[in-house]
Design a protein around this ligand. Structure first.
Ligand SMILES: [Zn+2]
Length: 357
């Protein structure tokens, strides 16, 4: 699912109306609550749009509503333009803020933030004879793999010495743990949380390769019946990890700026760097927006308001500069970290670790 989002964002970042016309609708909606919201937004947009743009808007909305009808529950994110015969969507499980924009390009900022904040992870629940591997993506359990084995039970089998019994039992447990380790190895590169009762967890951790152990973000001691509680706890852990990562990114940015290294900050400087393909890691203040304009004809973006492009005289569109920075970043395969707090605000709300200078 995360790969699907990643690919969608990248594809969308390349798309725009070269005449700077408001032909793309982006909709982020909760299936259960969107109807009232969307009707209200449609009304508002229809007051403003005229002529062919309005016709395109009506047709695009019709196509979007047809698509939504087929989504059973949860949330949906759709990008569509009748003019370009374009529609892409993804259904998600987390609650979204309802949003409908009409613009010269798809509005990808909220989706990029979802990608940053809802990291995929693997949760392993393990005991001596039973394991469950949950693959969690964008707030939802996507897949559960179950493994179990018949470990000789605690009752002594006829005629065996206690020592022989213990040896066989230990061997069977070890074989089972290896089987689980192998299953874990085959999964993706996500973070791993290991949970389970007693000391079996530790035995399991001991047999893991370094590569897998490095992916483990936490080990939880919990009774095996408590799956819901465990999943909840896991989401919390992953969210904390994400916070630590975004904080690290800001610290790295500060260090690089101090030693005049591979970094830049501020709207104008970061925009320039990202257009040049210099940005490796883009760091953005979560809710900050800044008004600007884009000329889709020559891809010039600047702060402020301009009706026509001073470089090529074509019509411009009003934009959030941060959204444009994100689009350039996606086109050039930069990573994006959303963060909040005074540190990034004081650095001009946006900054970047650069690939070259
Ligand atoms: Zn221009």
């Amino acid at each position: 699912m995360t790969d699907e989002i990643k690919k969608l964002i990248k594809d969308l970042s390349e798309i725009y109306d070269s005449d700077s016309e408001d032909t793309f609708i982006s909709l982020y909606a909760n299936k259960n609550t969107y109807k009232k919201f969307i009707d209200h937004r449609i009304k508002a947009c229809r007051y403003i749009l005229k002529g062919d743009i309005l016709k395109n808007f009506d047709k695009t909305i019709e196509e979007i509503e047809n698509k939504i009808r087929n989504i059973s529950s949860g949330s949906i994110v759709i990008f569509a333009s009748h003019k370009y015969d374009f529609i892409r969507y993804i259904s998600l499980s987390m609650k979204l803020q309802n949003l409908l924009t009409v613009d010269s390009s798809p509005y990808i900022r909220p989706l990029a933030r979802i990608q940053d904040e809802w990291e995929s992870f693997t949760l392993l629940l393990i005991s001596s004879n039973f394991a469950k591997i949950f693959s969690v993506s964008t707030g939802k359990v996507e897949d559960i793999k179950k493994l179990s084995t018949d470990i000789i039970n605690k009752h002594k089998k006829g005629g065996w010495s206690q020592a022989r019994f213990n040896r066989l039992r230990r061997g069977a447990i070890k074989a089972f743990l290896s089987e689980v380790a192998e299953a874990l190895q085959k999964l993706s590169d996500d973070s791993i949380i290991v949970a389970g009762p007693g000391t079996i967890k530790n035995q399991f951790l001991d047999i893991l390769s370094k590569k897998i152990r490095d992916k483990i973000v936490d080990v939880i001691d919990i009774s095996i019946e408590d799956e819901q509680k465990l999943l909840k706890e896991s989401f919390k852990l992953i969210a904390e990890k994400e916070k630590i990562e975004s904080n690290k990114a800001v610290q790295l940015l500060k260090q690089e700026i101090l030693k005049d290294g591979l970094a830049t900050y501020g709207i104008v400087e970061t925009l320039q760097a990202v257009k040049n393909g210099q940005v490796d890691l883009l760091i953005i203040e979560k809710d900050y927006k800044i008004r600007g304009w884009i000329c889709e004809s020559c891809q010039m973006v600047e702060q402020g308001v301009k009706k026509s492009c001073p470089y090529c005289n074509n019509k411009t569109s009003e934009v959030d500069i941060i959204e444009e920075i994100i689009e350039f970043a996606e086109r050039t395969n930069a990573n994006i970290e959303f963060t909040e707090g005074d540190e990034i605000a004081n650095l001009g709300h946006v900054g970047a670790i650069l690939r070259f200078k």
